[in-house]
Ligand binder design. Structure first.
Ligand SMILES: [Fe+2]
Ligand SMILES: [Fe+2]
Length: 470
């Protein structure tokens, strides 16, 4: 049932319409050093990607009058919007955010992050359109600052020119504890500076293409708070339209005919108990309502759900997480979720279409699947690296390990993995996807090409095809 990519020896090698810009107030600002440069500039869509964009960056210390100069394609940066500035847990760096709204759909804007005595490069972003055109996105999780996960991975994204990048958690690995309480106080495992290194590393792409993040277990940091999410929310302002709880911990957006839904796997994980159940069922209620709304919304053909912990993965490292599987996959079935993207295990794996916990048919590399009748496709794309310790699967599929003990996590139950379709254990794989708008007959496709960023090799291809019902 499983295809495996063979091991390789050498792998790694604005003028705004109506002047309707809204910006947050300056919440935290101290006099500081002027001769600093904006760094780690990154974009995130707001709740309406056609009209809202968040621009974020950091400075090594506090600065005077941080803000964003904005202009349209006429070339003049005519508006100055003050930034909201917040401190960084464990660091002297300061994070700055400008939330833009009232933008025009499918419009390009030039921008420059500035403060007294410092300025960033002039950059450009484009808002999402209102449909009728293909939507491109890339996705993976488990990033960090290793060289093999930066330049080649970013080049792969840049070559594909997506509308957005979906990052399914474990962003900077500033905390190497992975949220395990037992060792979270070990200082040597927590390096907050890694956040700045990582953001500077992704800036070449993230300053032009919005990065939409979800929370991974490594975002639970030893910062003293219950959830440990301060570093994440200091640097990212995801859409605040999710479940009742921390704003941005869950979110949903529509880009063209694709609805994206982000979940906090830490709330559901059976493997890692630290934040298990902290949303008190609010996430499940919101998920059900959100998927029902997207499935019935005119103009939405495709539903893509991203979260960190794997519902289906045959790796023996973290395996499948019965917490997320039991809580969410029945809801995915109910609303015909087309595609789920996970990380956590540091490999690439794709399932056959699954419904009711079982594969409904074979879908080898290159297959075409109809999610409406066949079920949901689950993809794990946690960037692999050279030093990853993964058991040798060359003799064939192994039984996965799943975790079935709810909040206490850790009881591993072997299971068969008939749902496993394609596995690549060693490559940093970028999932590249394009959704087409419905043609004259109402047919639409979502095409996946999963690319080994280190070699450019296509490790997996799949076409999802469905007939629009709207
Ligand atoms: Fe990870
Ligand atoms: Fe993880």
């Amino acid at each position: 049932m499983t295809e495996q990519v063979s091991r390789r020896s050498v792998l790694r090698g604005a003028v705004v319409a109506g002047g309707a810009i809204a910006a947050g107030p300056v919440l935290w600002q101290q006099p500081g050093h002027a001769a600093t440069r904006p760094s780690g500039i990154h974009l995130t869509y707001g709740a309406d990607p056609r009209r809202e964009m968040v621009v974020s960056w950091s400075t090594p210390s506090s600065v005077r009058h941080p803000g964003l100069l904005l202009g349209d394609t006429s070339g003049e940066l005519t508006q100055m919007i003050p930034a909201e500035s917040v401190p960084s847990p464990g660091l002297a760096t300061v994070q700055h955010h400008v939330r833009l709204s009232g933008l025009d759909p499918a419009a390009s804007y030039f921008y420059r992050a500035v403060h007294d005595g410092g300025t960033g490069d002039e950059l450009r972003f484009t808002t999402a359109g209102s449909g009728g055109k293909p939507v491109r996105f890339t996705a993976f999780g488990d990033h960090g600052t290793a060289a093999g996960k930066l330049a080649p991975v970013l080049a792969t994204i840049a070559d594909f020119r997506p509308d957005l990048h979906l990052h399914v958690g474990d962003l900077s690995y500033a905390s190497n504890t992975g949220g395990l309480r037992a060792i979270e106080s070990v200082d040597s495992l927590y390096t907050p500076q890694e956040w700045e290194t990582w953001l500077a590393g992704i800036e070449s792409v993230a300053a032009r293409i919005p990065w939409l993040p979800v929370l991974g277990n490594h975002e639970m940091e030893p910062t003293g708070s219950e959830l440990g999410y301060e570093s994440y929310f200091a640097r990212f302002v995801p859409p605040a339209n999710g479940a009742k709880g921390p704003p941005g911990a869950t979110w949903s957006i529509q880009v063209g005919n694709v609805g994206f839904v982000a979940l906090d796997g830490n709330d559901a994980s059976a493997e890692i108990p630290r934040n298990h159940g902290y949303l008190g069922g609010a996430q499940e209620r919101w998920l059900d309502a959100t998927l029902a709304g997207l499935r019935s919304r005119p103009g939405v053909d495709w539903i893509v759900v991203g979260f960190h912990h794997c519902a289906y993965c045959s790796s023996v490292r973290h395996g499948s997480d019965a917490g997320v599987r039991d809580a969410w996959t029945p809801v995915f079935d109910r609303y015909q979720v087309d595609l789920v993207i996970n990380g956590h295990n540091h490999l690439y794996e794709r399932t056959h279409p699954v419904r009711g916990g079982q594969p409904t048919r074979e879908a080898p590399r290159g297959a075409t699947v109809d999610p409406a009748t066949d079920g949901t496709t689950y993809v794990v794309s946690g960037l692999a690296e050279e030093d990853e310790t993964i058991p040798d699967r060359s003799t064939g599929p192994v039984s996965g390990l799943t975790y079935y003990t709810g909040a206490d996590g850790g009881l591993r139950v072997p299971e068969a993995t008939p749902w496993s379709a394609v596995v690549d254990e060693l490559s940093p794989v970028v999932v590249c996807a394009e959704a087409s708008p419905p043609d004259r007959t109402g047919d639409t496709t979502l095409r996946l090409r999963s690319i080994d960023a280190s070699t450019g090799t296509v490790v997996d291809e799949l076409t999802l095809a469905r007939r629009t019902t709207k």
